[in-house]
Design a protein around this ligand. Structure first.
Ligand SMILES: NC(=O)c1ccc[n+]([C@@H]2O[C@H](COP(=O)([O-])OP(=O)(O)OC[C@H]3O[C@@H](n4cnc5c(N)ncnc54)[C@H](O)[C@@H]3O)[C@@H](O)[C@H]2O)c1
Length: 340
């Protein structure tokens, strides 16, 4: 089937495109390149050994989006495009709601007009707020404290309402935990502009000498080593989850919106991640433990059981693989895609 991948030159989108091509799907990549680079497309073509159809367009440009749907016979949409920084969303809420909510609504309108009703949405563990217990299951209470999280919760609500109004839609809400790692080729990976917001790219930029030192926020939490615990998941495993969700759409009549956690089910602390990275790469990571950061969730890891039961998906790569693949990408591309 031909899949429109919005945000397809971004970090998770690019890896998912490769897995879609591996599974013999045709793809159309749509991106406005606001947080990615044309070089990604060349790299994807190199990995897949095929030409990739690219549409340089903004989701919020209704007319341009209609043209894309006129031009290509699209059967399904995987929707990655959006803004993703919690901190930036607090200072720029209008941009975040415009991009993440208005963009999605325009996309849904165009899909409805062209009767394209298979939709996979990038949601996030951010929708669980501060969970009372772990592992986190899909039916846990939802809450969030920032505009980014709100935009994910609102989009989930919008998509649930669309399904209630017309159950011929097939919708998956995939809640990602902490994507890290890179493609084994070392050709594509996470390339944040400016100072990274996420831990793994920060660690790898310290290792490569771009940043001096890592700040670990809080070393006195009620966890075995005092640092926060997260469910790190290899981006290629995550990408495969999208292909599995599409397979599920093809093989099953949908009874409901498919809401699934994509995580490993294992929680690792910040210090465990640093130590594993050091061991696997043989590089020292300079770090300081500093004060807690307000708003940080202490322990978050998924129950991935529902995804395994429903779409037969399970993460396969371990923490060492994640560190090794991140380092291959970072060391081969010290400045991300910039210098190429
Ligand atoms: N990376 C994470 O830690 C994480 C965790 C949970 C959920 N998510 C979600 O997964 C999705 C993908 O994340 P990512 O890490 O690949 O981010 P990314 O920034 O690397 O990719 C997003 C892509 O969307 C494009 N884009 C943004 N706004 C657009 C618009 N209006 N029109 C067209 N293109 C637009 C950007 O240029 C970028 O290439 C996002 O929706 C994000 O919120 C990410």
């Amino acid at each position: 089937m031909t899949v429109l991948v919005t945000g397809g030159t971004g970090y998770i989108g690019s890896h998912t495109c490769i897995e879609l091509l591996n599974a013999n799907h045709d793809i159309v990549v749509l991106d406005n390149l606001s947080n990615s680079n044309r070089v990604v497309l060349e790299r994807m073509e190199k990995i897949a050994q095929t030409k990739i159809t690219f549409e340089n367009a903004d989701l919020r440009d209704h007319a341009a989006l209609e043209q894309v749907f006129k031009k290509h016979k699209i059967s399904a949409v995987i929707h990655f495009a959006g803004l993703k920084s919690v901190n930036e969303s607090i200072s720029e809420p209008i941009d975040y709601y415009d991009n993440n909510i208005s963009g999605t609504i325009i996309l849904c309108k165009v899909m409805q007009k062209f009767s394209v009703k298979k939709f996979i949405f990038s949601s996030s563990a951010v929708v669980y707020g501060n969970p009372e217990t772990v592992p986190i299951k899909e039916d846990f209470p939802l809450s969030t404290s920032n505009p980014y999280g709100q935009s994910k919760l609102m989009t989930e609500q919008i998509l649930n309402d669309i399904f209630i109004s017309d159950n011929s839609w097939q919708i998956a809400l995939l809640r990602y935990f902490n994507p890290v790692g890179a493609h084994k080729s070392g050709l594509i990976g996470e390339a944040p502009g400016g100072t990274p917001n996420n831990l793994m790219p920060y660690i790898s930029q310290v290792a490569v000498g771009k940043l001096d030192k890592l700040h670990v926020f809080g070393g006195d939490y009620d966890t075995p080593d005092g640092t926060c615990i997260r469910d790190f998941i290899h981006v290629v495993d995550l990408a495969k989850g999208h292909v599995k969700a599409l397979n599920y759409f093809e093989q099953n009549k949908n009874k409901d919106v498919l809401t699934l956690n994509l995580g490993t089910g294992i929680g690792y602390s910040v210090l465990e991640l640093i130590n594993t990275f050091q061991k696997v790469t043989d590089h020292n990571i300079a770090y300081d433990i500093v004060a807690r950061r307000p708003g940080d969730i202490v322990i978050s890891y998924a129950s991935p059981e529902l995804a395994e039961k429903t779409i037969s998906w399970k993460a396969e790569e371990n923490l060492e693989d994640m560190c090794r693949d991140t380092w291959r990408w970072q060391s081969q591309n010290p400045s991300g895609y910039e210098a190429t």
